[in-house]
Write a protein of this length. Structure first.
Lengths: 110, 116
């Protein structure tokens, strides 16, 4: 069955640094992959989508890469801010639905 | 333009009772998804519906759980004879399948079910 792995430990970084979050998947080949942000007590919010034929996608301070050979996506936040602290969810598509990873908690300290 | 509306936000039930969770998708969206999130765990897919049709229910437990999305009105996730293990946050998401051909999901704030 499909398996999605994200950094299980929380990522603590200093304000202004670049945060890099990892998503690895096995046993399938998604046509696209999405990243969401979730704050405590709230629903996830869509951030970025990247397709299998795209190597990289950018939006403001966010960058996503997608390596279909390694079966891995990396999510970068440059010039991180305390407001970026949240849980980030990786979600490859599986047929007609998104399958979510457990998420990585990011804490940005000022 | 209201987003995805879920209610109730919090629901407390005793073991054996029924829980009904409602979801109104974003205006113009005809696809509804239900996910369950247990504490410290990720979102687990339950069911995908379009108006009057269940498209994919591969994540739904075989017993006690059912979902519908009628022609008129909100989508409803129904849990009969609740047990303590049903305590979780239930998220609804909707999508309109944009021109890009990808289903970007808009989530509601969730319904938090506590079973005593």
């Amino acid at each position: 069955s499909q398996k999605i792995e994200q950094n299980s430990e929380a990522l603590n970084i200093q304000e202004g640094k670049t945060a890099t979050l990892t998503c690895n998947y096995t046993n399938y080949s998604p046509a696209y992959l999405q990243w969401y942000r979730q704050d405590p007590g709230r629903g996830p919010v869509f951030l970025l989508l990247i397709r299998e034929n795209e190597k990289e996608k950018r939006k403001e301070r966010l960058k996503v890469t997608f390596d279909t050979t390694l079966k891995q996506s990396l999510f970068h936040i440059t010039a991180s801010q305390p407001a970026d602290s949240a849980t980030y969810l990786c979600a490859p598509v599986d047929g007609n639905k998104l399958v979510f990873g457990a998420g990585t908690i990011l804490r940005v300290k000022s | 333009n209201a987003g995805v509306m879920q209610n109730p936000r919090h629901l407390v039930r005793r073991r054996g009772q029924e829980a009904r969770l409602r979801c109104s998708p974003m205006k113009g969206h005809s696809h509804v998804y239900w996910y369950r999130q247990l504490p410290e765990e990720g979102l687990k897919f339950m069911v995908y519906l379009q108006k009057e049709n269940i498209i994919d229910e591969s994540g739904m437990p075989k017993e006690r759980f059912s979902a519908e999305f009628p022609k008129e009105g909100p989508s409803i996730l129904r849990i009969q004879q609740v047990v303590r293990g049903d305590s979780a946050a239930y998220f609804c998401a909707s999508s309109g399948w944009g021109s890009s051909g990808a289903n970007v999901l808009t989530f509601g704030a969730g319904s938090r079910l506590t079973v005593l």
